[in-house]
Design a protein around this ligand. Structure first.
Ligand SMILES: [Zn+2]
Length: 413
């Protein structure tokens, strides 16, 4: 028994999709349901690859709307860190459930997460039916390298028993919060076990100036010297990367994830140099960052901002086109982020748009998706052949919203 989607549209033609055991087994105009299949009528909606959120802190939905107009350091010191010090597993679980519901409803089926109590996030991801690469944030600014190693091992052990929808990762917070010794150790552990590494890099100009003053090299070169720049590495932000760093990142096969809305909200003063990344051949993805600094997790809405700030910063409306922006948001420009193609044999993960979406009826589909649509244009979302969103709705959403709000109030937020 499988799932068959009927009456969908792909590249201007009517198609069906049949899924069995989590995989697409047939896709095309001739596909029909087999006896016993569950059927889903797309009613003429477009079949699309799902979005990949390349950088977030899912459970930070709990911090939405708290101190969001403060500068970065007072916001962290007064609003975030004192509360994070008392987070319980259930806080992280319900915060992450809310994040998963928001993401899947707006078309994101896979995300890269860096947050405390990673096992609670993993449980939320599995209960929600989506996919994620998860790492506990690693710091040794106020601790020791020995404590950091213990944290890293504890995080990996907590994720070891998870199912195939969870990929464990190492998540050193940043070069200014993790010591040189620990960064080197994380690089070795990543190489030894083939683990992905996610780290914030080159988010502010101050980070670059401090790195130059302390290490006499720019952030990407510093990471490379410590053995942390490889095809397993995902760099969040990259706003201040220069052309030499881009060339090095491309050579090492690392990925950069741009988070344009969080960058604008925290006023980092620059724009990720996407045209330079493209000419260097860097793999690029898109992220929302956490709801503490965005505050939305609707990647389809952020995609418009991504394209617009690129055009604006370049002073050139042709700096990026809709098809390229869409490819970045679906992970097609960054194979390591875990996107999968829409074809037989691939995991059965896809989206269907609302056939009557007011934003999608006229003009070119890619342009409409990037410049006009938001997550509200998504009618259905399927992951591993399972329908997670129907008619734009997520089951249990009401309970999830109530429980997450209770946890946030319990934390004094
Ligand atoms: Zn972040």
């Amino acid at each position: 028994m499988g799932l068959t989607v009927e009456n969908a549209r792909l590249d201007g033609e009517g198609v069906g999709v049949r899924c069995a055991e989590g995989t697409i087994v047939a896709l095309g105009p001739e596909v029909v349901a087999q006896p016993g299949d569950e059927t889903l009528d797309a009613a003429g909606g477009q079949l699309l690859s799902p979005l990949v959120n390349g950088h977030t802190h899912a459970a930070m939905t709990l911090f939405r709307g708290s101190g969001g107009d403060l500068p970065l350091m007072p916001w962290l010191e007064e609003k975030i860190w004192p509360v994070e010090a008392k987070l319980a597993d259930e806080d992280v679980y319900w915060g992450a459930r809310l994040a998963c519901a928001e993401m899947v409803r707006s078309g994101t089926t896979r995300f890269w997460d860096m947050y405390w109590q990673p096992a609670a996030t993993a449980r939320a991801v599995e209960d929600a039916g989506v996919r994620a690469t998860i790492g506990a944030p690693l710091f040794d600014l106020h601790g020791s390298p020995a404590q950091l190693r213990e944290m890293a091992h504890k995080g990996l052990e907590a994720l070891a028993g998870c199912g195939p929808r969870i990929t464990p990762a190492l998540a050193p917070h940043a070069i200014y919060t993790v010591s040189e010794e620990s960064l080197r150790w994380i690089g070795e552990l990543s190489a030894e076990r083939g683990l992905p590494v996610q780290i914030h890099l080159s988010e502010t100009e101050k980070e670059v100036q401090d790195c130059l003053a302390e290490h006499r090299e720019r952030p990407a070169h510093y990471l490379d010297r410590l053995g942390l720049l490889s095809e397993r590495t995902v760099l969040a932000h990259g706003v201040w990367l220069d052309p030499d760093e881009m060339a090095l990142i491309a050579e090492r096969g690392a990925t950069v994830v741009s988070n344009p809305v969080a960058n604008l909200k925290l006023a980092v003063g620059g724009v990720f140099p996407h045209p330079a990344a493209r000419s260097a051949g860097v793999a690029v993805g898109l992220g929302t960052d956490g709801a503490g600094s965005n505050d939305s997790l609707d990647l389809l809405a952020d995609l418009k901002t991504f394209a617009l700030v690129q055009k604006h910063a370049a002073g050139d409306p042709t700096a990026i086109d809709a098809a390229e922006a869409w490819a970045v948001a679906t992970g097609a420009r960054a194979p390591r982020l875990g996107a999968t193609p829409l074809e037989p044999g691939a995991p059965a993960d896809f989206l269907l748009t609302r056939a009557n979406s007011p934003e999608l009826g006229i003009g070119e589909l890619m342009a409409d998706l990037v410049y006009a649509a938001s997550g509200a244009a998504i009618a259905a979302v399927v992951v591993a052949g399972e329908v997670l969103v129907r008619d734009g709705g997520v089951p249990e959403l009401e309970e999830i919203v109530v429980r997450a709000a209770e946890r946030a109030r319990g934390l004094g937020l």
